[in-house]
Ligand binder design. Structure first.
Ligand SMILES: [Mg+2]
Length: 368
């Protein structure tokens, strides 16, 4: 069965893709968030031409061909756009076979441990500790990630002393039994990264994300080789050559592909397999509660080298106003610190018709 039509529904932040097959059956996917309107333009110009009229099961072939045909545009936008095609096709296939995507890729529905992931640096250590305690008491989270340093900050902290204060403050507030993670978002030189890393180790932090500028893989490797805490990274990387190099040089202890930055499920499975072959766990990046976290839930219940937990954003409408009202039924209920991958076909969600009605619409269709 062939792809007949591809439609996008976007605003500046979020973009959904609907694929329609010859028989009229449909599937929903998502472009990566932010500049989704620009990504949709790339989608219709540089992804759709290689997909319309192709068999709906030829996902691997299509994503490979798009990368080859558009080789002069090997950039983030191409893969952010490709993700919309890939994830819509997985949903379509799931709906046709009446199986959840997790079952199509070798796993089973069920529960997953989530970690509460803070996106904020403008928050004081005291306030971050307070909201983590509330989240623990309300939802049962037993793992938390917070931010250290400043984003791409050339060794500078968000404000002086914040990092040295927040790490012990969070440990003290939550006690010795919870898992703590931090994200430096490309802040540090190797020397400073190791200094901070020693302090993290003293406070029992188990995951040290993106300590050095992510593109400086040799710097990250130096930190990984020096510290005992797990150094993690890879969320920005969409180029398979970067992944091969990162894994071969052991730049990180845990790989963190983002399904929608990388080009979709097919390419993320490929990266997860490369990690598995090297003995590296995979804890994907999923920084908001649009569809990326749902895609990641299905993936984590299917791959053999799944990391210990799902990234689960704790930010609400004040930080992510654009993630409100996307779904007919909310897929992200948390209890006992766990989320659930259901056995509903495909991704198991419907996009809210009111949201779609407010979006910018564009379609590409096979000529009749
Ligand atoms: Mg990160």
């Amino acid at each position: 069965m062939k792809i007949r039509k591809l439609e996008t529904f976007t605003n500046e932040f979020v973009g959904f893709v609907r694929v329609t097959a010859e028989d009229g059956s449909t599937g929903w996917g998502q472009l990566s968030t932010y500049n989704a309107d620009i990504t949709a333009a790339v989608f219709h110009r540089q992804v759709v031409p290689w997909a319309l009229g192709r068999g709906i099961l030829e996902i691997d072939d299509m994503v490979g061909e798009i990368a080859r045909r558009e080789h002069k545009f090997n950039c983030s936008y191409l893969y952010r756009a490709m993700s919309g095609l890939d994830t819509a096709l997985w949903d379509l296939r799931g709906r046709l076979e009446e199986k959840p995507v997790v079952s199509l890729i070798g796993g089973e529905p069920g529960r997953l441990r989530a970690y509460a992931s803070s996106m904020r640096r403008d928050i004081t250590p005291e306030d971050e500790a307070l909201r983590f305690r509330r989240l623990r008491d309300t939802y049962g989270f037993d793992a938390f990630k917070f931010r250290v340093g400043s984003e791409c900050g050339l060794d500078r902290d968000e404000w002086e002393g914040r990092t040295e204060a927040i790490v012990p403050a969070i440990r003290k507030a939550l006690g010795p039994d919870v898992a703590l993670m931090v994200d430096a978002n490309s802040c540090y030189s190797p020397g400073r990264a190791v200094e901070v890393g020693r302090m993290l180790e003293q406070n029992g932090v188990e995951h040290y994300e993106e300590p050095c500028p992510y593109w400086e893989m040799e710097q990250t490797r130096e930190v990984t080789a020096t510290l005992s805490v797990d150094v993690t990274g890879g969320e920005q990387d969409f180029d398979m050559q970067h992944w091969k190099r990162m894994i071969a040089m052991r730049a990180v202890d845990i790989i963190q592909p983002d399904i929608l930055y990388l080009g979709g499920i097919a390419r993320t499975l490929e990266v997860a397999r490369m990690g598995a072959a090297a003995g590296l766990p995979c804890t994907p990046h999923a920084a908001n509660l649009a569809m990326v976290t749902l895609f990641t839930m299905h993936l984590l219940r299917a791959i053999p080298n799944a990391g210990k937990y799902l990234e689960f954003s704790i930010e609400g409408p004040d930080y992510y106003p654009w993630q409100e009202g996307l779904f007919v039924e909310y897929p992200y209920e948390v209890s006992d610190g766990m989320v659930t991958v259901t056995d509903r076909p495909g991704w198991g969600v419907e996009i809210d018709p009111d949201w779609l009605a407010r979006s910018s619409y564009r379609q590409s269709e096979v000529a009749a």
